[in-house]
Design a protein. Structure first.
Length: 161
């Protein structure tokens, strides 16, 4: 149902922040017009904290906003009337706290997600002995095994005829 999230980050100098995300953090992006970049993000999570510190916008994205609204209605969650805004079809739902959350079906081009590299992850903590690993199969062995399997399959097919 939900296929992604679209976060808006407010900035006093958006051009510099976009350049930083593009050039320094190396996030994949698409230019949706006029240098307006949308960045692909790695998998993410959200947490709810008490208090209010300022204005933020956060949208969830779905493949079909009408199907999403119907599923929410079946769950007893009310969605606002859908609005076609060009860049997407938007609805809002009301959270249990009373806050509004936008959900939209994107119509704009979407960037690929940024892959998380092993070097981006912290090293796992050692907690006892790790289970033994299976020996890695070499690509050459895999290719030879596939070739042998094809030959066997061809011979079986020839015998059947």
């Amino acid at each position: 149902m939900i296929i992604g999230a679209h976060a808006i980050i407010y900035s006093k100098d958006a051009a510099k922040d976009r350049a930083f995300f593009r050039d320094v953090l190396d996030f994949p992006n698409v230019d949706v017009g006029g240098g307006w970049l949308i960045f692909g993000l790695p998998p993410s999570e959200a947490a709810f904290h008490p208090g209010f510190t300022g204005k933020h916008e956060f949208y969830l994205m779905c493949e079909d906003v009408e199907a999403f609204a119907a599923a929410m209605a079946a769950a007893g969650v009310r969605c606002s009337p859908r609005k076609n805004l060009g860049w997407g079809v938007l609805t809002e739902l009301t959270l249990p706290s009373g806050g509004r959350l936008g959900v939209y079906q994107p119509r704009h081009e979407r960037p690929p997600a940024r892959a998380v590299k092993k070097t981006d992850r912290p090293a796992p903590k050692k907690a006892g002995k790790a289970p033994p690993r299976k020996a890695a199969t070499r690509p050459a062995k895999k290719a030879a095994a596939k070739k042998s399997a094809k030959k066997r399959s061809a011979k079986k097919t020839a015998r059947r005829k």
